[in-house]
Design a protein around this ligand. Structure first.
Ligand code: 5GP
Length: 132
């Protein structure tokens, strides 16, 4: 059975897409810690990030870097934090979270409730500035 993120890759489940190429996809987290919280995934379904082969691993992080630069341009924050957890969805994903303090990337804190319209606007804004 394919992961929920593979369903997103295949267009079976909608997402607020930020950027993509043939190998990777970036989209907004559905339960964000902050406005602009983005997930970056390989389109290939690989559960554990450290099982990814070296070439794809490097490319994944370079793709995430470009997305992070764009988030920083679009969201008022000190830094874009990066985290890999992967305890909920068994498909490698990098969290990119705009942060002003360490608390902003505390995954146990309550998530934001953003409207569909707001998520759409944020995704479009970040996506428009991604340079791949
Ligand atoms: P983790 O596996 O890193 O612990 O957490 C998975 C993350 O994926 C969570 O932050 C959760 O909000 C997000 N997530 C889970 N299901 C979906 C989904 O269907 N769409 C989107 N956009 N994000 C999801």
């Amino acid at each position: 059975m394919s992961s929920i993120f593979s369903k997103i890759v295949n267009g079976e489940i909608p997402c607020h897409k930020v950027a993509e190429n043939d190998k990777f996809l970036a989209f907004l987290d559905i339960n964000p810690l902050a406005k602009g919280h983005t997930l970056v995934i390989p389109k290939q379904e690989i559960d554990y990030i450290f099982d990814i082969d070296d070439e794809l691993y490097k490319e994944l992080f370079l793709f995430a870097k470009q997305v992070a630069h764009s988030i920083k341009k679009c969201v008022n924050c000190k830094r874009v934090g990066i985290a890999v957890v992967g305890l909920e969805v068994p498909h490698t994903h990098i969290h990119l979270v705009p942060i002003n303090s360490v608390y902003d990337i505390d995954f146990s804190k309550p998530k934001l409730k953003l409207s569909n319209d707001e998520l759409k606007m944020i995704a479009e804004r970040i996506g428009s500035k991604v340079v791949l």
